[in-house]
Design a binder for this molecule. Structure first.
Ligand code: GAL
Length: 337
């Protein structure tokens, strides 16, 4: 072994090692945080720390000048709670926190090992609280519990406090979304009766529970509802029920959130892979701020062998002959609107 006796040589070797170390650390982190300026549907999407964005079956809300993306935190298979990220431009996302964690208490409905899916968050202006609803399956019971879970927080980034889980008005509740209408009323839209029925329930004024106003919208064996409203029309995209495997989307339209909802004959997806929703499954439709008639379709391209690496498909919605169409694009920017 070579022993460096000369003090000045030792000092310069040390300085060299420190400099190389700093270049590596900062060089890598600068690389990891390189800003993104376009959407690349289906490719790996990293947060500003350089980690894969782990927010699946999610939804986005806009609050005080920022977008917040809530979604399932997944391990290879496990459900690990709900993550939240923030962004000002929709391309670059900063990891904020684990907004809702599973509980170490084995008597809790959300004890570690439960399954939390499709979390959606809305703001209640009268209570000034952020309210999260999600699909909950109890630990060790497969998909048989079919419940809705509710959690609440004073701060958008959480931590959210779990309140309880239940079947809305006694109905099974699996895939779901939340929707706030023009008049401020909020709704839970959910797949019920082994996913054969799609139902809607109006929420109470504090958004923490359902009212008895609860109705079946249609019975077409659909799930993964994503809804938006424009010019007095309501649009809903759903998937068929084939588990993690992709299938063909269907668009329903209505003039009231209560229906009647009419199934469109036109496939709302267009481009290569349209018949399997480009290998994905709907989760949310996001109105872009400060742009008119600009909506982004959010879907998950599930990877059941490694759910954490399920890819995000964010695609622009265009109107063609009065109907919203999601057109495939390998790369695109908000200037496309
Ligand atoms: C899908 C559902 C997903 C997940 C999956 C499990 O039908 O949309 O959220 O529950 O089944 O197989």
């Amino acid at each position: 072994m070579m022993i460096i006796k000369d003090l000045t040589v030792r000092k310069s070797v040390l300085r060299f090692v420190v400099v190389v170390g700093l270049v590596c650390v900062f060089g890598l982190s600068v690389y990891a945080q390189k800003p993104v300026s376009r959407f690349s549907p289906g490719e790996e999407w990293y947060d500003t720390n350089g980690d894969l964005i782990n927010a699946h079956g999610g939804g986005v809300i806009y609050d005080n000048g920022k977008y917040y993306w809530f979604g399932e935190k997944r391990g290879r298979h496990a459900s690990e709670g709900v993550n939240v990220y923030s962004s000002t431009d929709l391309y670059n996302w900063k990891y904020e926190s684990l907004a809702l964690s599973q509980d170490k208490d084995t008597t809790s409905d959300i004890t570690i090992g439960c399954v939390m899916e499709r979390p959606k968050v809305i703001y209640n202006p009268s209570t000034k609280k952020y309210v999260m609803w999600f699909h909950l399956e109890l630990k060790g019971k497969g998909y048989s519990a079919a419940r809705a879970g509710v959690a609440v927080s004073d701060k958008i980034t959480g931590p959210f406090k779990f309140i309880r889980s239940f079947r809305p008005n006694g109905n099974m509740s699996r895939d779901m979304t939340l929707f706030v209408d023009k008049d401020g009323s909020a709704y839970h839209i959910y797949s019920s009766r082994e996913n054969y029925d799609l139902r809607i329930a109006k929420l109470t004024n504090d958004f923490l529970d359902v009212t008895a106003e609860d109705k079946m919208l249609f019975s077409n064996h659909r799930e993964a509802p994503a809804i938006f409203q424009q010019d007095n029309k309501y649009y809903m995209i759903t998937s068929g029920c084939t588990g993690w495997a992709p299938n063909k989307a269907v668009l329903h339209t209505a003039t009231s959130v209560w229906g009647p909802w009419e199934a469109s004959k036109v496939n709302p997806m267009s481009g290569p892979g349209a018949d399997t929703t480009f290998g994905g499954q709907s989760t949310y439709i996001l109105p872009v701020q400060a742009k008119n008639n600009a909506y982004i379709f959010l879907a998950d391209r599930w990877n059941p062998r490694n759910l954490k690496d399920s890819r995000h498909l964010w695609l622009p919605i265009r109107f063609r002959d009065g109907l919203p169409i999601v057109e495939w694009a390998d790369k695109w920017t908000l200037d496309n609107f």
